[in-house]
Design a protein around this ligand. Structure first.
Ligand SMILES: Nc1nc2c(c(=O)[nH]1)N[C@@H](CN(C=O)c1ccc(C(=O)N[C@@H](CCC(=O)O)C(=O)O)cc1)CN2
Length: 292
């Protein structure tokens, strides 16, 4: 049976460290690091993630405010809001919750955020730095996965890491992080057109599933002893639950746990790390801005 990697516990440790850093920042600069979260529309999951982010930020001593706008907010007005936050010297971090409504060009919004305040690490300038191996604000989910592996002693150096999914939020930046000096993995990124994906997955010492399909990774796709990281958050109807659904990952957890050496659960794995790394990025952005 695999070791279950407790993302909630690791995230709590990261959040406690961030709270200390935020308190030190306040002592040194006479103000708290400030985060502004922009939420457009009423996407239920996004509302819940944004609430969790604001609560966690407040608990860490970060001045957090959510700016909720209606789903019919025009792209022009959203860009104007971002311009206002960019110009506000008291704001250190800006996050626009994704997905955005269809009428808004996500790329234009991401490019509009000042790279120095881009605590999501999605701006092309920050992505470029990440690929080059330069210090930057790193996207929260990939950074959280790397932190989870590091703090639970999963060896990446020389390991074959297979990432399932090539999204801009997870797959691509995670591949860049795992390739970095210090992590030194050999990385394969698989996607919907990959030939014989199960055969590649079976070669993985570290297998990361980020494709958004419930139970996609089955036990026969996992090398015995591998570390399996499940990024998927899929809602499955479940009348026995109060909210009418339960969350499952991209990995068939029970079967894969019999084969893997270590595995992250859903919920309680990567998700809490995403929020913890957002807090860390906010304090980091505040420090960098105060230093220039
Ligand atoms: N601007 C951004 N938008 C989105 C991001 C992002 O990093 N930046 N990532 C995802 C969603 N996400 C953060 O926003 C996120 C997803 C899940 C969790 C989480 O803690 N999940 C819990 C379960 C929560 C529940 O019960 O519903 C878990 O896995 O234990 C946090 C953040 C898309 N959008």
């Amino acid at each position: 049976m695999a070791e279950i990697i407790d993302g909630t516990a690791v995230a709590a440790a990261v959040r406690a460290e961030v709270a200390q850093d935020a308190a030190a920042f306040q002592r040194e600069h006479g103000r708290r690091p400030a985060l502004r979260v922009v939420l457009v529309g009423e996407h239920a999951a996004s509302q819940s993630y944004v609430r969790a982010k604001a609560r966690a930020a407040g608990e860490a001593g970060i001045d957090a405010e959510t700016l909720a706008r209606p789903a019919d907010l025009s792209e022009r007005d959203l860009l104007a809001l971002i311009a206002r936050l960019n110009a506000d010297d008291g704001v250190d971090g800006i996050l626009v919750q994704l997905p955005l409504p269809d009428h808004v060009d996500e790329g234009a919004v991401i490019r509009a955020v000042d790279p120095a305040k881009d605590v999501d690490g999605f701006h092309p300038e920050n992505v470029g730095r990440l690929v080059l191996g330069e210090p930057t604000l790193e996207p929260c989910t990939p950074a959280g996965i790397v932190e989870l592996l590091r703090r639970t002693g999963v060896e990446t150096s020389g390991a074959h890491a297979v990432v399932l999914g090539r999204s801009n939020i997870v797959g691509k930046p995670l591949a860049s992080l795992l390739l970095r000096r210090g992590l030194d993995a050999t990385v394969t990124v698989c996607h919907s057109r990959t030939r014989d994906l199960p055969a590649l997955a079976r070669q993985a010492d570290v297998l990361v599933a980020a494709i958004g399909r419930a139970g996609f990774v089955t036990a026969d796709m996992v090398k015995p002893g591998a570390a399996v990281v499940d990024v998927g958050i899929n809602r499955v109807d479940d009348a026995s639950r109060e909210r009418g659904y339960r969350l499952v990952g991209d990995v068939d957890f029970d079967a894969v746990a019999d084969v893997a050496g270590a595995i992250t659960p859903v919920p309680g794995g990567v998700g809490p790390m995403t929020i913890a790394m957002l807090l860390a990025n906010t304090v980091e952005a505040a420090r960098r801005r105060a230093a220039v």
